[in-house]
Design a protein around this ligand. Structure first.
Ligand code: HEC
Ligand code: HEC
Length: 258
């Protein structure tokens, strides 16, 4: 049902003209937008919009939402291939109310500048072998490994505080599609990796060599999700406080458009 709704709303949007959208600006609209925002968006973007698991929305220039039309589109459709979901459960009017509230967040100066030096952070990234597990895209060139997420645009996705935690306590900040899992099939085959997809009947596990395994749940003997474990080592004891600042500054600077 949820999928069907999503599909219907995608089709409806495709035919839409987002360019002529005007955001409502009455106090009642903003109050409604705030309520919807607190219900649906705070979990990832924070109550004041300064981000976390999701992008920092308190900036004046939103990369994916330069115009109000783009903002409505991003909220309504989501950003495919990322954790940013579609607000398929909201009406167009509600989406414009949330969008108006998001624009009002930009007036709050709470983004905070990041201490640290991105150039030094880049050298640390190379020295600590981050690229063994992480891909970076520079122009058309992809370099690095595949065990961890692609970091090319991580500076657009997460705020500095969240990135810092990712380095110190990787298991506390697992992205939704990087939850480690171990499954054993009824035939006795065991597969370890991360869960990239799950629905009522099926599961997709990507093993650490990068192979995808599509599995029917009815064929499984056991599946253990380990949301408190990460294959990434913590860097708390490997980096000084200043080095951590530099590395975070470098990660924040990674804003390759997808
Ligand atoms: C499950 C987490 C999650 C939820 C819930 C969520 N978002 Fe997001 N959002 C993200 C992530 C992650 C990104 C960054 C996507 C990317 O660019 O890779 C994002 C990006 C955005 C952007 C684009 C930011 C930019 O710099 O251009 C906007 C605007 C946005 N979200 C608004 C919202 C609103 C409004 C809601 C609630 C209706 C919402 N989001 C709910 C995770 C989330
Ligand atoms: C052994 C492989 C490995 C190494 C080495 C490694 N990582 Fe990771 N990293 C991962 C995996 C797997 C994840 C996803 C699970 C998690 O978040 O803990 C991850 C997650 C992350 C995230 C969070 C991404 C997101 O979408 O929120 C960041 C940021 C990150 N790593 C940066 C680094 C940096 C910087 C280094 C080097 C200092 C590094 N990693 C070294 C495997 C690795």
């Amino acid at each position: 049902m949820r999928l069907l709704l999503l599909w219907v709303s995608l089709v409806a949007c495709a035919a839409d003209d987002f360019d002529n959208i005007r955001l409502p600006d009455t106090a009642a609209d903003l109050a409604r937008g705030k309520k919807l925002y607190l219900g649906s968006c705070t979990y990832c973007h924070g109550p004041t919009g300064d981000g976390g698991k999701g992008a920092d929305l308190s900036r004046r220039d939103l990369v994916r939402a330069k115009t109000d039309g783009d903002l409505v589109r991003v909220i309504e459709i989501g950003v495919p291939g990322t954790e940013m979901p579609s607000a398929w459960h909201m009406t167009r009017r509600e989406v414009t109310q949330v969008a108006a509230f998001v624009r009002s967040l930009a007036r709050v100066e709470n983004s905070g500048t990041v201490p640290g030096d991105a150039a030094r952070g880049k050298a640390l990234y190379a020295r600590h072998g981050c690229s063994n597990c992480h891909t970076l895209k520079q122009g058309d060139l992809y370099t690095g490994g595949y065990m961890g997420p692609d970091l090319s645009s991580i500076g657009l996705k997460r705020n500095a505080a969240h990135l810092r935690r990712s380095l110190i306590e990787p298991a506390e900040t697992l992205p939704d599609d990087f939850v480690p899992i171990k499954v054993v099939t009824k035939a006795g085959k065991s597969i370890e990796g991360r869960r990239t997809h799950e629905d009522t009947f099926a599961l997709v596990v990507r093993d650490f060599a990068g192979n995808n395994h599509s599995l029917l749940k009815s064929d499984l003997q056991s599946a253990v999700l380990d949301a408190k474990r990460s294959p990434m080592p913590g860097y708390k004891d490997k980096l000084s406080a200043a080095e951590l600042d530099d590395l975070v500054a470098y990660l924040v600077s990674l804003k390759e458009p997808l």
